[in-house]
Design a protein around this ligand. Sequence first.
Ligand code: AMP
Ligand code: MG
Length: 194
Amino acid sequence: MLKRVVVVTGIPGTGKTTVCNVAVKLAEQTGKKINVVNYGSIMVEISQKRDKSLHRDALRKSGLAFQRNLQARAARIISKKAVAVNGDLIVDTHMSIKTASGYWAGLPFHVLQLLNPDMFVLVEAEPHEILSRRHKDKSRKRDKVLEDEIMEEILFSRLMAAACAVLTGASIKMVDNPTGKQAEAAREVLKLLV
Ligand code: AMP
Ligand code: MG
């Protein structure tokens, strides 16, 4: 059985988690099992075990040394998962994280070496749609930013993706996720896994 690792990324509010979940359901309908792991959730779980339980949106605001430690530990857990699961693994994560110290790579070289991804997916949406999704999602503590800042976040994600592609030899697939079109976006992701 093929066991590929597809890293699905997108700035907060692009709907990458929704796209991943829809992809799993659509794959199930065709009898295919796809596994998804959410990098941020693994980091939150590790932080809970260390008595410093943080909300997922508080992670990026904590000290960089702390985040680095969680990031490295999560990478080890996810790489073991990639070996253990049957079939392909989608890793729901970020190319770039906006921290108090500036943009920080979600997939630095040591993480890439552990995950050994075959493909990267950049889920994108129009900046005004991302802004309105961030405002509507009351379950999350999204930063209030302007459209220009959203464009900068998208740019940084693309720059980081290019660097990751050079380091790994993996391809980058851009997937648009306009409002209401998550099934189409999920199908684009599934096309990578035929
Ligand atoms: P999410 O639910 O995908 O928005 O992820 C929640 C949080 O987890 C992000 O805002 C980051 O703080 C953290 N996170 C997710 N993936 C990574 C990663 N690869 N490296 C570092 N932090 C990450
Ligand atoms: Mg998410």
